[in-house]
Structures are given as structure tokens and as C-alpha cells.
Write a new protein. Sequence first.
Length: 269
Amino acid sequence: MKNNINSNNSILKILKPIDINQIFPYINPFILYGTFLGINKDLIKMIEENDLDGLSKVKGGEKAIEIYNSIIDLKNTFGQTHLISKAVYNYFPCYSDGDEIVINKHNTRFTFIRQTTNKKICLSNFIDKTNDEIALFAVTVGENLEQLVTKLKDNGDYAKSYLLQSLASSLAEALAEYLHKNIRKEWKIPDPENISLKDIFQAKYVGKRYSFGHKSCPSLENQKILFSLLDVTNSIGVSLTENLMMMPESSVTAIIIKNPKAFYFNAAI
């Protein structure tokens, strides 16, 4: 781990590079093989259990094995050269003020949307009004990826380019999960001893993470603040477009709240 000082004179925790093999187990197979690659959930369960022999004997199993083997081959071929994993994170003392989370030292305010109906919940509800702490992070696996995907497309290998993009997106989420787990440990709120990966994918732990643009905090404007506080572009090479999209695309940012009562909700209702 490397420490840098950002423009706000805060010590940043920078991890780079991170071995893909450490992150790969944190890929949610139902996202990679189901959402991205269209494999039936029953077949995914067999992949998850490494039952390739049984998978070969059921309908659609041979195709699922072919896709699985292609993913493993891409991971082994490009894992250390094009799917380069980097992360930056830090902890920030803060307090809540209405619909805002205020970062003490920098007098920086994250503004969130409050529900107008339902329970009228806002993300700031999970932050103490006088003394609390959040974690912010940004991760990426996208270095050199766009060039490789373009080259594959130029060579007519559209299937491999799509598989690679799907793997990269899943690895970015896996890296976010991996880093989140370590942040919980540093906060001394480690996971239950017998927690499974399935439990982790279902967020059955204390300390929820929220990515800007998702249901609980749909405004992307907060990305600007996170990028400033973590000096993301200089730290790990991820930049924001005019539309507040991240480049490389295979990147994830989040705010982590350690309140055990925090939960996921839809702010737009």
C-alpha cells in the first residue's frame, strides 16, 4: 500500500496494482454469467460449485462451460497486463446537516435526495448529527483495456471483446467488494466468522456502500466531490467526463456508512 497526500492535506490510501487472483473470487457469478452473459441461474449454480462434470451433462451446459473457460482464459491472459487493478480510499470525519453529509476538515458537503413519500429517508439519516465517519473509495481495472477491446473489434473478434468487457466490469465490482471488506476490518467491524461469499454478495454485513447514480443516491454531482477528496485522477488514473461518467468505464466509486441501521432504499419515491 502506498500513501499519498492529496490537495486537502489528507493521507490517501492507495493500492496498486492488486493481483487479479485475489479479486477474482469476489466476482458475483450471477452478475457476470447471468446478467452479462445470459446463462441460466441453475447452470450458474453449477459453475459456482465448480461442478463442470455435472454441467456437461445438462442442456445448455456445454455452452456454459465454453463461456466459463473463455472467461478463465481471458483472466489468465490479460489479468496482469490489461486488467490492472488499482484503488484509492480514505476515512473522513463528518456529521449530518439536513439532507447533507458535511466533511469536517474540508467543510465539503455531499447533498442527497430525500424521499417525498414512503418513509422520507435520506442517506444523511444514517450519519450522526455531531460526530461520525465515512469512507470513500474509487477502484478501477480498466487501464489499457479500451485499446485492447478496440483491437479485438478491429480484428472481428466481437465475442471476445464483449467477454472481456463483461469480465472487466465484474472485476471492478469484485474489487469494490474486496476493498469494502478490508475497510470493514479496519473499522473493526469485521464480517461474521462463517460468512459466505453469497452472504457478502447479499450485503449481509454491517457497513453499507452506496455508489452515486444508484437508487439511494441518484445524483452524480457528488462524484465531483469524491474525485476531489480522493484525488482520483492523479491517484489511480480515473477521470470524469462532462456527463460525470468515469473513464475507464470499468471503475467503481462509493461512500461507505458504518451505521448498523443503514439499508438500501429508493430515494426517488
